[in-house]
Ligand binder design. Structure first.
Ligand SMILES: Cc1cc2nc3c(=O)[nH]c(=O)nc-3n(C[C@H](O)[C@H](O)[C@H](O)COP(=O)(O)O)c2cc1C
Length: 190
């Protein structure tokens, strides 16, 4: 009998927890309209972006360079490669392919990128300078080979001090639960 009561209590606790989780996810999806923009040269950041969009119910939008990056372009061992040349020049602004998200429709904009030389790729600057992002909550996220996100966010804050930057998060191999907990905190801070 005692065993039966215990089992029943455990089942009820589990279903309450599941409901709380669903409720939390639902509120993330309805209370704040979010846009999830990202640049991804080799697909890793794209995966993190898809998870954020899935969890938030936000709109996914890829930042596509007018000229795609080849593997030679991405060769960080070559000082003459396109990525090296761009990252050595703070003024470089690689052109965007014609993607026009309606940023005015969103309060929260997640901005994702791979870490390049401890920074956001210059195409992120092109994106930021192409839209009116004043008054939006900007939430950086990134993937990397091991570097953290903080230096890239520091540089973005320095370059665009009038914009509202959150600390952001490195999402290397982040599963849905990690993203869900983090997004919950972000939305809670609003
Ligand atoms: C040009 C270049 C520079 C990079 N610089 C760094 C770096 O400074 N620190 C780091 O941890 N990873 C660095 N990486 C690795 C990428 O950040 C990592 O592979 C990332 O997950 C790739 O994301 P993507 O597939 O969305 O392009 C660099 C990669 C490239 C192509």
């Amino acid at each position: 009998m005692n065993k039966m009561i215990l089992t029943l209590a455990a089942v009820m606790t589990m279903s309450f927890a599941a409901c709380a989780q669903n409720k939390r996810e639902k509120s993330m999806q309805t209370e704040n309209k979010s846009l999830v923009v990202y640049f991804s040269a080799t697909g890793t950041t794209a995966q993190a972006a898809r998870t954020i969009a899935d969890v938030t119910g936000g709109t996914l939008c890829e930042i596509v360079p007018q000229q795609a990056y080849t593997s030679d372009d991405l060769d960080w061992n070559n000082r003459q490669s396109r990525s090296s040349v761009e990252m050595n020049n703070p003024q470089a602004r690689p052109a965007l392919k014609d993607t026009k998200p309606d940023v005015a429709a969103y309060d929260v904009i997640f901005i994702g990128y791979p870490i390049w030389w401890d920074q956001a790729p210059r195409i992120i600057n092109t994106f930021i300078e192409s839209y009116d992002l004043k008054g939006k909550t900007l939430v950086p996220f990134a993937t990397s080979g091991g570097s953290g996100i903080s230096n890239s966010v520091k540089e973005l804050r320095k370059a665009y001090p009038d914009l509202e930057w959150q600390d952001g998060k490195l999402l290397n191999r982040a599963g849905r639960n990690t993203v869900q907990n983090w997004v919950g905190d972000v939305v809670g801070k609003q």
